[in-house]
Design a protein around this ligand. Sequence first.
Ligand SMILES: Cc1cc2nc3c(=O)[nH]c(=O)nc-3n(C[C@H](O)[C@H](O)[C@H](O)COP(=O)(O)OP(=O)(O)OC[C@H]3O[C@@H](n4cnc5c(N)ncnc54)[C@H](O)[C@@H]3O)c2cc1C
Ligand SMILES: NC(=O)c1ccc[n+]([C@@H]2O[C@H](COP(=O)([O-])OP(=O)(O)OC[C@H]3O[C@@H](n4cnc5c(N)ncnc54)[C@H](O)[C@@H]3O)[C@@H](O)[C@H]2O)c1
Length: 465
Amino acid sequence: MYDIIVIGGGAGGLTVAAGAASLGARTALIEKKEALGGDCLHFGCIPSKAFIEAANEIYAARHTSYAGIEARGEVDLSKIMERVNQSVATIQKEDSRERFEALGVDIYQGSPTFTGKRELNVEGTVLSGKKIVLATGSSVKHPEIEGLEEAEYWTNETVFQQTDLPETMAFIGAGPVGLEIAQAFARLGTKVTVFESGKSILKKEDPVIRQKAMEILSREMTIITDARVQKISNEGSMVHYTTAGEEETLQTDRIFLATGRKPNTEGLNLSAGDVTKNEEGFIRVDETLRTSNPDVFAVGDVTGHMPFTHVAGVHGKLVVQNALFSLKRRMSYEAIPWNTYITPEIFHIGKTQEEAEEAYVYETRLQQVDRFIADHATEGVVRIITDRKGFVLGAHAIGKGAGDWMQPVVALMNNKGHIKELSEMVYPYPNHAAALEDTAGQYWRLKLFAGIVPALTKKFLRWRL
Ligand SMILES: Cc1cc2nc3c(=O)[nH]c(=O)nc-3n(C[C@H](O)[C@H](O)[C@H](O)COP(=O)(O)OP(=O)(O)OC[C@H]3O[C@@H](n4cnc5c(N)ncnc54)[C@H](O)[C@@H]3O)c2cc1C
Ligand SMILES: NC(=O)c1ccc[n+]([C@@H]2O[C@H](COP(=O)([O-])OP(=O)(O)OC[C@H]3O[C@@H](n4cnc5c(N)ncnc54)[C@H](O)[C@@H]3O)[C@@H](O)[C@H]2O)c1
């Protein structure tokens, strides 16, 4: 009997397997694919970021005419994808079977089914575990659109194997998956149209950030919100949609589907394991990440909670403790950040202005910050949301490199910090993070120059001088 069996060798599953084996637990890992690493490595974070970087380099090269340089030439998508896949292959070494076997993990390839509360059948081999962890991730959700199943279209699972750059593309869905990849194609020269059924793009973002992102992206592609794609015809080259009550069509070389995620639970026979799902089909977990069966845990995308690699990692670390030491440590999402890697990037942590019951907003436009002026990258804004006393409830930014220079706010929120702490540190001039210093400085300006303090200092100075 294993101490722990992990199903799924992606970000969440590998964290659990490595952690458990390192602590001396008898550990099995079941992965249906040959390679470990999961979506993030093979079809998600890594290839998409490598692709975005290549597209941005080409775009930048084509925008150097101010210096008298004119870049010319055709984009060879196959060469770009070769580079993308080199990044994947390099990181794959970190996630190799050999590395995990050396840690003491027994690896089984296949798709298991529950045959009991603590028992699984993997392609004919029966495994039992004191604890079982579901880490099977998610995959693209296929909406009900007439003709979609018969049509040829790309998703994040197929795009990084393509070799020919389409002249035109139609993206369905304006969440992070759709927009990150849509902008990269637009920057390579593809004429991109994005259809979003909701009222706005990036619906989880703060309203001002969302609006700014829409303004910036609309210069590079056509984005149609409130658009219902009804039908796909001509083998995927014609999109039929309605917007503002009108029926329209768009001819396209390639459709890209980015309409959200569905949990990977098919074939697991969860009922035999006494594991239940929620209304949307994700595995139901409590705050300790236990499922309805207390010996079975779930981590990462399959839980439906914040589908990000770093969250799968945090889940994984928590489950190692809770499963192996029978602890009841709880997951908290309050100080978990995420970035959306459109250009310029978006950073998000905590509550948006809409979500905070009582929101005090401190805001800086990047055209006020010296380094962004020097870079000619003034497009963007930082917003810090606090409570009445100045304790930070959330922070949001869009701007060049925002995903990196907003990181001090994560430390602050982890310690339930106050906005003034951001102005109490020294920022090496002229860095980008000074946008935070300026934003936090507003707290003092309000406090010092709009309250009783200026009246008192005025009196004091009159008396002293
Ligand atoms: C295009 C794209 C870009 C993204 N970019 C980012 C980013 O920049 N930053 C970020 O934080 N997140 C990003 N994400 C999200 C991130 O990829 C996921 O949150 C992360 O991969 C979730 O990890 P996981 O371990 O839950 O699942 P996965 O990494 O998907 O791993 C699940 C594993 O389980 C295996 N599996 C599935 N079913 C079974 C079964 N029945 N039996 C055995 N094995 C099974 C799968 O083959 C897979 O290896 C992106 C996602 C996409 C689609
Ligand atoms: N940078 C990152 O960290 C990153 C990047 C990509 C993905 N991710 C993760 O992956 C998750 C999934 O991203 P996603 O973009 O696939 O999903 P999403 O749910 O965020 O966005 C999907 C969008 O598609 C729209 N949509 C759905 N059906 C539609 C239809 N029929 N017609 C038109 N629009 C339709 C939805 O309204 C929604 O806005 C994200 O929540 C995120 O956690 C993270």
